[in-house]
Ligand binder design. Structure first.
Ligand SMILES: [Zn+2]
Length: 420
């Protein structure tokens, strides 16, 4: 707020002739014909009331067509909550005129400190959005002493306005992933513009239809589906089918995160089968899924004891660790490496690992492309983590629409359009 400097400079020169209302006038950034005419401080209730008014005979612009100099028709008293002055709840009061516009008829004027229909000033709304990015709405509501549905209305207004105004004409490389919306079974899909590293679309569900929805949204926002050259996705059939169908020029990339995730799932399948007959590996799931460098000394010791035995799970783990080396290689060596790795896995006796290798080989072009392009869903993994953390802190969201709004708020670009 550049105003603080102005205000301080003003105090130095004009303090003696200045009334408290002039100070509030400066702090609120009001301009003619609006002036602060009166302030009332109630020490008992800790409340500050500021009265804003305009001189008789003032003229205003029509809020609909912008025509200047329209005469006042009548006024209506309104109140807005403003930022607290220190710990004191602050309310702004004004009689808001309706003007007679020769073009539009009788229209309410726009107030410079608040948008139409909001009971809050723009500065207050800006604080709400900032808090909503950092904490659950319920906590922000408690902090501000407001009901959370009023805050949701503010968040919803700015988020959906920003989503509606999104410009996607530059989108070339995308990534998509799903994240759980509620416990277990319910999903939303996130679409990312890799250049911006921001979520540009959130769809309900995780099937191929979400990709079509995104393609339609892209084109409604200045983008072109033919212009999309790369799509980084998981190895599930749904996104792949959706991309092939809706983005004819997109090369598909299967990134490292998803390859490792799939390999971990295969290792876990082997472990679960083996745990039925081997009590030593029961409850030791994490040892086999973590990277060896991330294990504690106690875990490392347990692992080396297990390694001494001829365990299927240990063999599966070695297969996974070996596969991980793929992502440190150049494309030609990675291709040769993958063939050797596959030959090795196919002679082992582990069903889930053989199945893994089959999938990896079938998708090898997309996997090797991720090595060539360096495209990775890493940014999405981080966003997923933030979304899930926000969800946990909020103890879930009442509806998918509110969850979507929060995703746009914390992982999209919407604060660029915030009120101040
Ligand atoms: Zn007008």
């Amino acid at each position: 707020m550049g105003r603080v400097g102005e205000l301080e400079a003003g105090i130095g020169f004009y303090w003696e002739g200045m009334r408290d209302t002039d100070l509030f006038q400066l702090a609120l950034g009001l301009s003619s014909p609006w002036t602060v005419t009166r302030s009332e401080f109630d020490a008992h209730d800790g409340r500050l009331d500021l009265y804003v008014d305009f001189p008789r005979g003032s003229r205003f612009a029509c809020a609909q067509c912008g025509r200047e100099g329209c005469a006042v028709h009548d006024t209506n008293d309104e109140t807005w909550r403003h930022l607290d002055f220190f710990q004191h709840r602050t309310l702004l009061h004004a009689r808001v005129p309706r003007v007679t516009c020769p073009e539009c008829g009788v229209r309410k004027v726009a107030t410079p400190w608040a948008r139409a229909g909001s009971g809050f000033t723009l500065l207050f709304e800006a604080i709400v959005l900032t808090l909503a990015k950092a904490m659950p709405i319920a906590n922000a509501a408690k902090l501000l002493g407001e009901h959370d549905t009023r805050l949701w209305r503010i968040v919803g207004h700015y988020v959906w306005q920003a989503v509606g105004a999104m410009d996607l004409s530059e989108v070339r490389r995308i990534a998509a992933d799903e994240t759980s919306a509620r416990r277990g079974h319910d999903y939303i899909s996130l679409f990312i513009d890799m250049a911006r590293r921001k979520v540009v679309y959130v769809a309900e569900g995780k099937d191929a239809a979400t990709v079509k929805e995104f393609a339609d949204f892209l084109e409604a926002h200045g983008g072109q589906r033919e212009a999309v050259s790369d799509a980084s996705i998981d190895m599930g059939a749904a996104f792949e089918a959706g991309i092939k169908e809706n983005f004819p020029n997109a090369e598909i990339t299967f990134d490292k995160f998803h390859v490792i995730k799939l390999a971990n799932e295969a290792v876990d399948d082997v472990r679960r089968q083996e745990a039925k007959n081997n009590f030593q590996i029961k409850g030791r799931r994490y040892i086999f899924l973590k990277n060896v460098d991330h294990l504690t000394p106690e875990e490392k010791e347990a692992l080396s004891r297990l390694e001494a035995q001829n365990l299927d799970t240990i063999q599966a783990m070695q297969i996974r660790m070996n596969l991980q080396q793929l992502f440190t290689m150049s494309v030609p060596s990675a291709r040769r490496f993958l063939d050797r790795w596959n030959t090795w896995v196919q002679v082992c006796d582990l069903g889930p690992m053989k199945k893994l290798a089959k999938t990896i080989m079938a998708k090898s072009d997309g996997i090797l492309r991720s090595i060539a392009t360096g495209l990775s869903n890493g940014v999405l993994e981080a966003i997923n983590g933030n979304v899930q953390a926000a969800k946990r802190k909020a103890k879930g969201y009442r509806s998918k629409r509110t969850l979507k709004a929060i995703v746009y708020l914390i992982a999209g670009d919407v604060l660029a359009n915030s009120p101040t």
